[in-house]
Design a binder for this molecule. Structure first.
Ligand code: ZN
Length: 138
């Protein structure tokens, strides 16, 4: 078995501000056998049964009947995926985890934007002090 570090890749994501972040993907050894269904539902659909990543996300979903949802989920870490029908409570817990993940991403993005903005201001002030910015630059 290869070490997961052998399967790293970086994807550059450009933010609406024009700045970018590099996202590191670490791929695992691939899909393993499905764990016991009850264990998986207890851990939550956001937990990958193959690599234990907590980043499993829905790829597709549709109402499957009263209190049931057909959901396709995939792990971005090892590309494990599953398509199954889940009860309303399981899907609601998954949705809450997705909301928490979204909030964490937005918090990190705001921190990154603030850090970049502070860096921009510091460079601008340094350029002003160095006389490198003139009225005709505007
Ligand atoms: Zn995984």
């Amino acid at each position: 078995m290869k070490h997961p570090a052998d399967h790293r890749s970086t994807r550059r994501v450009t933010l609406p501000t024009g700045q970018f972040v590099d996202v590191l993907f670490v791929e695992g050894a691939g899909t393993r056998g499905a764990p016991h269904e009850a264990d998986r539902r207890e851990a939550g659909l956001h937990v990958c049964p193959a690599c234990r990543s907590e980043l499993v996300a829905p790829v597709a979903w549709e109402h499957a009947g009263p209190g049931e949802w057909a959901v396709t989920i995939q792990c971005p870490n090892c590309e494990w995926w599953d398509a199954d029908v889940f009860d309303e409570a399981t899907v609601e817990r998954f949705d809450e985890e997705l909301d928490r993940g979204t909030e964490a991403l937005v918090r990190d993005l705001l921190r990154l934007m603030r850090a970049n903005m502070e860096d921009d201001v510091d460079r601008f002030v340094a350029a002003l002090h160095a006389g490198a910015i003139l009225p005709e630059d505007f």
